[in-house]
Design a protein around this ligand. Structure first.
Ligand code: HEC
Length: 122
């Protein structure tokens, strides 16, 4: 009797270990939800912008840019025209543009983690 429950115990242990192994073998695909809005500079419109853009790609792709408002407007137009992003209604568009131009302005490139000019010695 003791032996039988011992065998059962060992079997359960092996099977659950196998389960873990198999679960690990699943390919880990990126989902934009691996990121959260809090990882990015705080500001009005951040969450709206985050969720609008991460419908298709990660937000790092956005955050690594540093652009003027006009360039962000062009980017939004490109997302709509080339990539099928639903056009934003004026209120959302304003919130998104307002956030992008503030959080990822051209100078944001010099921010920690952003692009660094290798010729600037600081
Ligand atoms: C309907 C899908 C969709 C949505 C929504 C979307 N994008 Fe994109 N975006 C794409 C695709 C497709 C690419 C190009 C493929 C890639 O690099 O992943 C892209 C690429 C980009 C790039 C890189 C362009 C380059 O030249 O490398 C930027 C910047 C960008 N998107 C900004 C945004 C911003 C900001 C938002 C939210 C306001 C947004 N996107 C929302 C589909 C989308």
């Amino acid at each position: 009797m003791v032996l039988r429950s011992l065998v059962t115990l060992i079997l359960v242990a092996i099977l659950s270990a196998a389960g873990i192994v198999f679960a690990d073998a699943q390919p880990k695909t990126f989902t934009p939800r691996d990121e959260s809005p809090e990882e990015f500079p705080a500001g009005p419109g951040r969450d709206d912008t985050f969720y609008t853009c991460t419908a298709c790609h990660n937000f790092k792709l956005v955050a690594q840019q540093g652009m003027s408002r006009r360039q962000w407007e062009e980017t939004l137009a490109m997302m709509t025209e080339k990539h099928g992003m639903p056009a934003l209604d004026p209120k959302d568009r304003e919130a998104v543009l307002g956030y992008l131009e503030k959080a990822f302005a051209p100078s944001a490139r010099a921010a920690p983690g952003g692009w660094q000019n290798p010729f600037l010695n600081r």
